[in-house]
Design a protein around this ligand. Structure first.
Ligand SMILES: [Zn+2]
Length: 65
C-alpha cells in the first residue's frame, strides 16, 4: 500500500524495493521535492575562474615522411 495515494504498489516494484512505501509516481514526486537548506551557500556552487593559459605554439611542425 502506497503511503502517498493509498493505492497498492505494484508487485514488481515491491520485488525490486521490498521496503518501498510509495508507488513509483509518488516516489518520483517525493524524490523531486525541492530540498530547502537554510544554510545553503551559493558561493560554493560558483565555479572558480581560471586564467586561460596560452596555448602552446604549434607553428613549428615537424614533417614526417
Ligand atoms: Zn502512490
Amino acid at each position: 500500500m502506497c503511503v502517498g495515494c493509498e493505492e497498492p504498489i505494484s508487485r514488481e516494484r515491491l520485488r525490486a524495493v521490498p521496503s518501498a512505501t510509495r508507488c513509483v509516481p509518488c516516489q518520483t514526486k517525493f524524490d523531486k521535492r525541492p530540498k530547502t537548506t537554510p544554510h545553503e551557500n551559493p558561493e560554493i556552487l560558483k565555479p572558480k575562474k581560471r586564467p586561460k593559459r596560452k596555448a602552446r605554439d604549434l607553428s613549428s611542425v615537424t614533417e614526417i615522411g
